[in-house]
Design a protein around this ligand. Structure first.
Ligand code: PEP
Ligand code: MN
Length: 336
C-alpha cells in the first residue's frame, strides 16, 4: 500500500516508520509512504486523518514504481545526465581491444555526440573459447581513452564490483546477468549508476524486479536498457527489438529507459533503423557498438557501425529527438 499524505502532514512519517519498520518494509519518497503487506484498517485515526490518497494496487517493485516516485529519475555522471528531458548518446566498441584502438573509437564516439564511452573488458561470451576480454588492463585503457567522457563497462562478477568501480562511471549489468541476484545486490550497495540490460527472456516485470534488487540495497541510480528479446524468429535479426517496451517501461518506472539497437539487430544494416525507431518511441538515449574494422573485431563485428555509419545515425537520432520533443502547435480544429 502507498499512502499519499496531505500537505503539511509529513510530520507523521517518523511515527509510521517506527510503528511498521520492524515487521514491514517501509519506503518514503517526499509525501509518499509505501508500507508493504498492510491494509487500510491497520492505520490508526491520526494516520488516516493525515492521508490524502491510498493506493492499494502496488507492484512488488515498489521503489521503482511511478506510483511511489512519480517524477523522472535523472541519473547524473560527471559528464552526462540521463533521463528526464535529456537525450544521451553512448557508443564504443563491443570489447576493449587495445589502448590505441579504444582511443580511436573514443574520438569517433565523441564526434557523434556521445558523452559516454562503452567498452567491455569482461565479456559474457556464449562460448568459453571466445575472447573473454582484457580484464583490468582493458579497464585502464578504457578509462584513459574516455578523457572527458564517462565510462560504461560491464561487471560480471560480484567479486569484481569494487575493482571495476575504480575505473567506471556506470556499471553495465548484461542481459545474461539480469537476474544474477548476488551481483545486483553487490552493485546495489554502491552509489555508482547501474545500466541494467533486459534479459533475453525477461518480462517487463522481471526487469523491474531486477532493478528493485539494486534499489533495495540503496542505489537508486538505475538505467533500464531494452536490447532485444528472444522470440520465435531469429533468422534475420539476432534478437527481436521490443520497441513497445520503451513507453511501457516509462509509464511504469521513473528510471531512464534507453535502447541498445546493436544487440537487438545483430547485423549492421538493421542497427540504424532500429536505433531511430528507439529514438522515435521516446528512449532517453542509445547505446551503440562501433568499430573501424568490423571484420577483425574481437567480438560482435557483425553488428558494429563503422565510424561514418555511426556519425550519420547519430545525426538522424538527434534530429528525430528534436522532432518528438518539439511541442505540437495549438490544437487545430478539424472541420468535418
Ligand atoms: C554488450 O553490451 O556487449 C553485451 C554483451 O550486451 P548484452 O548483455 O545485452 O548481450
Ligand atoms: Mn557486444
Amino acid at each position: 500500500m502507498i499512502i499519499v499524505l496531505k500537505n503539511g502532514h509529513e510530520n507523521i512519517i517518523d511515527e509510521i516508520k517506527s510503528r511498521f519498520t520492524e515487521t514491514n518494509e517501509v519506503f518514503v519518497h517526499n509525501n509518499r509512504v509505501a508500507i508493504q503487506g498492510i491494509s487500510e484498517d491497520e492505520l490508526n485515526a491520526e494516520e488516516k486523518n493525515a492521508i490524502d490518497l491510498i493506493i492499494d494496487n502496488v507492484p512488488a517493485a515498489v521503489q521503482g514504481s511511478r506510483l511511489f516516485h512519480p517524477e523522472d529519475t535523472i541519473v547524473t555522471t560527471p559528464h552526462s545526465q540521463i533521463g528526464g528531458d535529456h537525450f544521451t548518446m553512448m557508443a564504443g566498441p563491443c570489447s576493449v581491444e587495445s589502448a590505441e584502438h579504444v582511443m580511436k573509437m573514443a574520438k569517433v564516439a565523441k564526434s557523434g555526440g556521445a558523452t559516454i564511452l562503452r567498452g567491455g573488458a569482461f565479456k559474457p561470451r556464449t562460448s568459453p573459447y571466445s575472447f573473454q576480454g582484457l580484464g583490468e588492463d582493458g579497464l585502464k585503457f578504457l578509462r584513459a581513452a574516455a578523457d572527458d567522457m564517462d565510462v560504461l563497462t560491464e561487471v560480471m562478477d560480484q567479486d569484481h564490483v569494487a575493482m571495476v568501480e575504480q575505473y567506471t562511471d556506470i556499471f553495465q549489468i548484461g542481459a545474461r546477468n539480469m537476474q544474477n541476484f548476488s551481483l545486483l545486490k553487490a552493485v546495489g550497495k554502491t552509489q555508482t549508476p547501474v545500466m541494467l540490460k533486459r534479459g533475453m527472456s525477461a518480462t517487463i516485470d522481471d526487469i523491474l524486479n531486477a532493478a528493485e534488487y539494486i534499489a533495495a540495497g540503496g542505489n537508486h541510480n538505475i538505467i533500464i536498457t531494452e536490447r532485444g528479446i528472444r522470440t520465435f524468429d531469429n533468422k534475420y535479426t539476432r534478437n527481436t527489438l521490443d520497441v513497445g517496451a520503451v513507453p511501457v517501461l516509462q509509464k511504469l518506472t521513473h528510471y531512464p529507459v534507453i535502447l541498445d539497437p546493436s544487440h537487438a539487430a545483430g547485423h549492421t544494416e538493421f542497427v540504424t533503423p532500429e536505433a531511430l525507431a528507439g529514438v522515435a518511441v521516446g528512449a532517453s538515449g542509445l547505446v551503440v557498438e562501433i568499430h573501424d574494422d568490423p571484420a577483425h573485431a574481437f567480438s560482435d563485428g557483425a553488428q558494429a557501425l563503422k565510424p561514418d555509419e555511426y556519425l550519420a545515425m547519430a545525426q538522424q537520432a538527434f534530429a528525430i529527438r528534436k522532432v518528438i520533443t518539439t511541442p505540437t502547435q495549438e490544437k487545430s480544429e478539424v472541420k468535418l
